[in-house]
Design a protein. Structure first.
Length: 169
C-alpha cells in the first residue's frame, strides 16, 4: 500500500509534534540507531503511533544517564530495573552521600522482596552483587562496606555465605 503525498495534510500542531519527535530521535541518533532504522521505513503518519516506542527509548536513555548500567534486573532478569541502593538503604528522604553508596540494577519486585525479608532473593543478591560491581569497576570502592554489612547480616540471621569471598583479592 502506498500513500499519495498529495492526500496527506498535517495541522500545525501535528507538524510541530513530528518535528519535536524527529529532533529528539536525531539528536540522540547514536543511542537509538535501531529505532532510527525502523522509523526510516515508516510513513510520517504511522510515526505518531510509533511515538510511544520512541518515548520508551528516551526513558531508557534517561535511565542510562541516571546510571542504570543494565537493562535487566540483576536478580531475576526482568526488564526496566532501577538503581537500588543496596545493601545500604537510602529511603525516601535520601542522603547527601547517596550517589557514593553501592547500587544494583533491581526490578521493583526483587527490590521489594529484599526489603520485605525474602531470604531467597537476599541470598541471590548477595551472590551476584560482587560480580556485578566487579564488572562495572566498583568492587574496590564498595567491597569494604559490603563485607562489613554482610558480616553483620550473617551474625543477625545465623546464615553463613562463603561464595562471595575471594582468596587472593
Amino acid at each position: 500500500m502506498s500513500i499519495n503525498p498529495a492526500d496527506v495534510a498535517f495541522s500545525d500542531s501535528e507538524l510541530a509534534e513530528y518535528r519535536q519527535l524527529i529532533s529528539t530521535v536525531v539528536t540522540r541518533a547514536d543511542e537509538v540507531e535501531d529505532i532510527l532504522m525502523a522509523a526510516a521505513v515508516m510513513t510520517v503518519r504511522s510515526l505518531l503511533t510509533f511515538s510511544s516506542a520512541v518515548e520508551a527509548i528516551v526513558r531508557t536513555m534517561d535511565d542510562a544517564n541516571r546510571g542504570v548500567t543494565m537493562n535487566r534486573c540483576l536478580c531475576c532478569g526482568r526488564s526496566r530495573p532501577e538503581n537500588a541502593h543496596w545493601p545500604v538503604a537510602v529511603g525516601m528522604g535520601g542522603r547527601k552521600d547517596a550517589d557514593k553508596l553501592p547500587q544494583l540494577p533491581l526490578c521493583l519486585y526483587c527490590h521489594r522482596a529484599d526489603h520485605g525479608g525474602n531470604r531467597e532473593t537476599r541470598l541471590r543478591i548477595i551472590e551476584l552483587a560482587p560480580q556485578y560491581w566487579k564488572s562495572i569497576g566498583k568492587w574496590d570502592e564498595w567491597r569494604e562496606l559490603f563485607e562489613t554489612w554482610l558480616m553483620g547480616w550473617e551474625l543477625k540471621t545465623g546464615t553463613r555465605t562463603n561464595h562471595w569471598r575471594d582468596d587472593a583479592t
